[in-house]
Structure formats: structure tokens, C-alpha cells
Design a protein around this ligand. Sequence first.
Ligand code: URA
Length: 245
Amino acid sequence: MTDRSTILREMGLTPIWSLRDATTHRTEAPTEQRQAAPASVTESVALIEPATQPDAIREATISAMSWEALIVSIAQCTACELSKTRNKTVPGVGDRAPTWMVVGEAPGENEDKQGEPFVGKAGQLLDAMLAAVGKKRAQGLFITNVIKCRPPGNRNPEPDEITACAPYLKRQIALASPQILLAAGKFAAQTLLNRDDTVGAMRASGGHFVGIPVVVTYHPSYLLRSPLEKGKAWDDLLKAKALVA
Ligand code: URA
């Protein structure tokens, strides 16, 4: 049983966060980068080019993709304007058969450079929060975002960009089949719960996405700005943990 002082320490409410060693989860390249798609997959994705198909056909095509085809398809995607300004697509990282799946908002500057989600300050906080409940990248955890390309200047994602990227997230969730979805922030929660509501309201109610429980929590970037809210985020993580147990 975790006692109050341990909780407060882990949540950064006492002087220091117990940050994981920044090097630990990046000694290996992300799974997606390590596993080059076979030429046959690259070819078949190039041939179907989902972004040029009508929405329903594009969605059906993506909904049948393997992990490998999905990553190639995301890398080639031109379905929205973000494809013109991105450096790297950021499909996600971690265990492809996870118990937890974390869904954030969108890649930022560092993520766009590295092709991996949550690698900046917000990512360090997210890793520390997850470590506090025994979760690590690549071990029972997959981390992704609602949209896979960086919005210029880190602006909020536009509704058409979220819609264009939704089939990818949906397919990732179907392939990963996690026991719990942790929605970090408003955009993830609104997308997964299909609700136009505040984080506070969605935290309180939670919900499901294709039958999988969705636990809503604050985005780590918000927690960096509002550290006193970390206690609520801790409650959310404990809720997620209890649901899986
Ligand atoms: N914020 C997000 O929502 N996702 C990232 O990958 C990085 C920052």
C-alpha cells in the first residue's frame, strides 16, 4: 500500500520529483523505429495511398492494417495540412500488446524532431507519473497522441486534423487492445469520449471507447504550469490502476 508521503513525493508536491533516469527508456530506439517495415508492406501501403481515397474507404483501409502497415501509412500520410510542415511523424512508442495505453494531444517540437511522443519536459513528467504506479515505456504501456504530426508553433489541433487522424488512433487501439485508456488532456478525452466537455467534467465521469474504460487526467504540460493539480492526476492514475487490477 502506498502511503501519503510516498504519493506526495512521487507527485512532486514535496521538493523533488523522483524522475526516472532520462536515459533509461531511450537506450534502444523505439520499437517502431527498430522494426523496419518489410518492402512488401511499404509497397502495398504506397499502392493504396489511403489519403487519396474517399473517407469511408480510407477508414476501412486503415481499419484493416497491421502495425507495420499503419506506421508506414502514417509516415506517408498527406490527409491534412500538418503533413506539409512536419519533420517526422510520431506514431507512438511502447509495448504493442499493452495493458495501458496513454493518449496525449499532439507532438511538440522535440517529438517532431525525434519521431517519439512525450520526449520533452512534459514527457519527463509523464514518465515520472507513470513510474510512480509501476509503468514504464515499452513494458505493458503504449504511448501515442490523438494526432501524429506537430501542429506548427504547438497550436491546438484543428477539428479537421483530429478527424483525419482518428482512423489511425482507432486502429492502434484495436491492435493494442489495452485494458485501460488514459486520456491526457482535453483533446484526448474529447476524442475518446466523443464529448465536447471540460477535462474536469470528463475526469469525473470517465467513460468507454469501444468498450475499453477511459480514465481522463490532466495533460502533463498543464501540470507543469499548475503543479498543485498533481494530486488529482495521482488520483486518476490510482483509478486507472484499480480498474486494471
Ligand atoms: N504533448 C503531447 O500531447 N504529446 C506529445 O507527444 C508531447 C507533448
